[in-house]
Design a protein around this ligand. Structure first.
Ligand SMILES: CC(C)(COP(=O)(O)OP(=O)(O)OC[C@H]1O[C@@H](n2cnc3c(N)ncnc32)[C@H](O)[C@@H]1OP(=O)(O)O)[C@@H](O)C(=O)NCCC(=O)NCCS
Length: 163
């Protein structure tokens, strides 16, 4: 697993290759019906923010998964996590999530937040690692055909000892 520090991702550099890998996973991993995936411009913009960081998991030289997160004062937010369909069910998602929690705690976060579409099977993974439901955002996701989907907001208490 590679932890890439937050930085600008200029086209043509090694960092742009990282962004290419993230976008390749994004296209395969997210069902476009639900509007959960991000565009390249959104990802590039977030990675230009010094408070964000990304984890890219590679199996051999193939991009398998990524997790994009950011710090907001003393809390962290997991913005996106995805694993290529062919690599799912092997613990990659869980490992990246735990790495995000460790990195967030090391950066001084006391809680890790996320939003997940109501009905997304990823919720099972979040409850398995200890996330608790704290609310609902009505019509948060905007799907391909104009449909709207609620988001469930979850939070995980972070233990500074695990940093
Ligand atoms: C969510 C996701 C990242 C999980 O990745 P993964 O590598 O398959 O997850 P893991 O192998 O670490 O699974 C860990 C646990 O989560 C649960 N789980 C994960 N994905 C699941 C799914 N699609 N359906 C049911 N349970 C799931 C399982 O209970 C699993 O536990 P187990 O190992 O005891 O069976 C992956 O399914 C994905 O990319 N989904 C599409 C993108 C997405 O919706 N991301 C979340 C919103 S940002």
């Amino acid at each position: 697993m590679t932890v890439i520090a937050s930085r600008e991702l200029p086209t043509g550099s090694a960092a742009a290759r990282d962004l290419d890998d993230v976008m390749a996973i994004m296209e395969e991993a997210f069902d476009p019906r639900f509007g959960e995936g991000w565009s390249r411009a959104q990802c590039r913009g977030m990675l230009g923010d010094a408070n964000s960081w990304i984890i890219v998991d590679r199996q051999g030289d193939r991009p398998a998964g990524f997790a994009l997160s950011r710090m907001i004062v003393d809390e962290a937010e997991l913005l996106l996590i995805a694993v290529q369909p062919e690599y799912r069910g092997r613990g990659i998602g869980r490992n990246m999530l735990m790495e995000v929690a460790r990195t967030a705690a090391a950066r001084g976060a006391t809680r890790l937040h996320l939003e997940v579409r109501d009905g997304n099977a990823a919720s099972d993974l979040y409850s398995a690692v200890g996330f608790e439901k704290i609310g609902r955002r009505k019509d948060y996701y905007s799907g391909r055909n104009g449909e709207r989907f609620d988001a469930i907001t979850l939070a995980l208490q972070l233990d500074p000892q695990t940093a």
